[in-house]
Design a protein around this ligand. Structure first.
Ligand code: ARG
Length: 605
């Protein structure tokens, strides 16, 4: 039973979920799949996997956790007949699962045979998932926070797509706030060509333009009045204002496109705040009718239980300003309706800095109270911490200015260029131009170092940005992972006699039956067989660092295996073929894992 009908793997996690579902039927649906909590065991002494479901189930079932565990064990044994060497109930009700060697052998072989999916099944419950990420603000600089959102969001979207979900990647750009009043009015004076409907008018540097408009707004009272009226004109559809606004959006879009291009971000659909403009009035009316939105100092606000300012006064969720404009939250409420009703999303993920945690908590609660959510729809904020300078202070250039993303990425590529040049080019001098064949490598190393440094951190913690650390060949870094993978590929090529044939792309030898004998061999096989469960975990919990940790451990387990087990000089041909299959599977796991993290691989480093 280790392989499904279609020849792929069966995930232990899916089996536990099935067992839980049968229990659920008799126990009234207290359980969700993320409660199954099957995790690869932290210590091999406890077996291969651990399942903590009994503790979660015990309370709603009014049973002792150990009794629940014993029901689970009986069911699991029945489902996985013969695959477990042992199912042990430990402590309060943990289930430790140890798999048969034959299971591991078949699992690895199945994985080796499938470069595309590594035998990993798609989710048995495919969902429609919106991932709202990146989301910079028009006419403003895209900052490191947006970079984190872009990298994390892209990874989650890749992984969910791989798991068979239908994923809509949305760029919720800030393109509709009050600041557009002053920007549009400023354009009318300074760039009249922008009013003609030509989106390609050169507006120069948007940061300078923004500053100039802001200065006028602050210094000049007449302009301030004009700007305020300008927002109303724009939002009510005045053609000239719209033309200027489109021109601003187009200019910003070109800037973002350069960053997305460098980061290879694809299929990110721009659907900014302006998209929801027509729905805003209705949202507020609806909240008012339901008695949820009330007048508050001329504005309209929703008051939710349990939210207070520091001084104890209630904290309102503002949905309409005193001047009639709408708020950030109003747009998010409209977007929730649109995404759940029109897009039919089952799950909506919002990847932003943790500073917006309270905003989303309040918005989600308001949406629920207002009956905007159908049963089973899940709105999830995916928060992340700050990027800091190496000194732990605000991330900035030496002169204290904010770091431009383009400069940051180019700097990483520049360092990678020198690293690659130093290794590959005789008599290399920093700053020299790389031979064409290495340029791609340097770019991949530079970009992936930035991505991996971000993804390998628990996203909720702050991290210190350090080119030195992220570009190091040692430790849990992109260069190390790329190197480890390239090394395994070259071992595979050499051992399989395919060397030379496959420069530029791997030709994988046919997988052979896997025979596990040595301790390090078994450890590697166990590690490989866990890949699907790790992906399941990230699919549920949304922590990409768990995938990075897994890939790093995998490369280490491979090293231990390679040190103690000879591949080329294995005692028998069968053993050689088996070990080669272990190496192939490892390389494929790393390739797939890095691919999901948005990291392109190179054949040599
Ligand atoms: N534009 C916002 C910012 O720069 C992020 C938007 C996140 N998405 C959302 N639906 N609110 O912080």
């Amino acid at each position: 039973m280790s392989t499904a009908q279609d020849g792929g793997l069966v995930l232990i996690t899916d089996v536990v979920n099935q067992v839980v579902d049968t229990l659920n039927d008799s126990f009234d649906g207290h359980y969700t799949h993320s409660d199954a909590m099957v995790t690869p065991a932290s210590n091999l002494k406890f077996g291969d996997y651990q399942c903590n479901a009994a503790m979660k189930l015990a309370k709603p079932l009014k049973m002792k956790p150990r009794d629940v565990a014993s029901i689970l064990v009986t069911e699991l044994n029945a489902k996985m007949a013969g695959e477990f060497e042992e199912l042990e109930i430990a402590g309060p009700g943990f289930i430790n699962m140890k798999l048969q060697r034959s299971y591991l052998e078949r699992a690895v072989q199945t994985m080796a045979a499938d470069s595309e999916r590594l035998g990993i099944p798609k989710s048995p419950n495919p969902k429609k998932i919106v991932v709202d990420f990146s989301s910079p603000n028009i006419a403003k600089e895209m900052h490191v926070g947006h970079l984190r959102s872009t990298i994390i969001g892209d990874t989650l979207a890749n992984l969910l797509t791989f798991k068979g979900h239908s994923v809509l990647r949305l760029n919720h750009v800030g393109d509709w706030g009050t600041q557009f009043g002053m920007l549009v009015e400023h354009l009318k004076d300074e760039f009249p060509a922008a009013l003609t409907g030509d989106e390609n008018v050169d507006l120069g540097n948007l940061v300078i333009l923004y500053k100039a408009a802001k200065k006028r707004f602050d210094d000049d009272d007449d302009f301030k009045v004009r700007a305020r009226e300008g927002v109303v004109r724009l939002q009510s559809g005045d053609e000239e204002s719209l033309a200027a606004w489109r021109c601003l959006c187009a200019t910003s879009r070109k800037e973002y496109a350069k960053i997305y291009d460098l980061l290879s971000i694809e299929n990110l659909e721009e659907r900014g705040e302006s998209f929801y403009n027509d729905m805003l009035k209705g949202v507020v009316e609806d909240l008012e009718e339901q008695g949820l939105a009330k007048k508050s100092e001329g504005a309209m606000a929703v008051f939710l239980d349990g939210y207070a300012n520091k001084d104890g006064t209630p904290l309102p969720l503002l949905v309409k300003k005193s001047d009639g404009g709408f708020n950030y939250a109003t747009t998010d409420l409209a977007a929730i309706t649109q995404r759940t009703q029109q897009e039919k999303a089952d799950r909506v993920l919002y990847v932003t800095d943790s500073g917006q945690a309270q905003h989303f908590k309040m918005v989600f609660e308001a949406a629920k109270l207002a009956g905007m959510l159908n049963d089973g729809v899940s709105l999830e904020h995916v928060p992340f911490g700050l990027v800091q300078g190496e000194d732990g202070k605000k991330f900035a250039t030496r002169s204290g200015d904010t770091v431009k993303l383009m400069d940051l990425l180019q700097e990483s590529i520049r360092i990678a260029t020198n690293d690659v040049g130093g290794r590959e080019v005789e008599g290399w001098q920093d700053g020299q131009e790389l031979p064409e064949e290495f340029k791609r490598t340097a770019k991949i190393v530079g970009i992936s170092a930035v991505k991996y440094a971000d993804l390998s951190m628990n996203r909720e913690s702050n991290y210190k940005f350090s080119y030195g650390r992220m570009l190091s060949l040692q430790g849990n870094t992109a260069p190390y992972m790329l190197y480890a993978r390239a090394r395994i590929c070259s071992i595979v090529k050499k051992a399989s006699g395919l060397e030379g044939v496959a420069e530029g792309s791997m030709i994988w030898p046919e997988p052979a039956p896997v025979l596990l004998g040595e301790e390090t061999e078994i450890e590697l096989a166990r590690q490989l067989a866990k890949f699907g469960d790790v992906l399941y975990d990230v699919e549920e919990e949304l922590y990409p660092n768990r995938l990075c940790d897994y890939l790093f451990e995998t490369s280490q387990k491979f090293s231990a295996f390679y040190e103690s087990c000879s591949v080329i000089k294995a005692e028998t041909e069968e053993l050689k073929a088996s070990r080669l299959t272990l190496a192939v599977t490892t390389a494929k796991v790393l390739t797939k894992g890095l691919g999901l993290l948005g990291i392109e691989v190179v054949d040599r480093l």
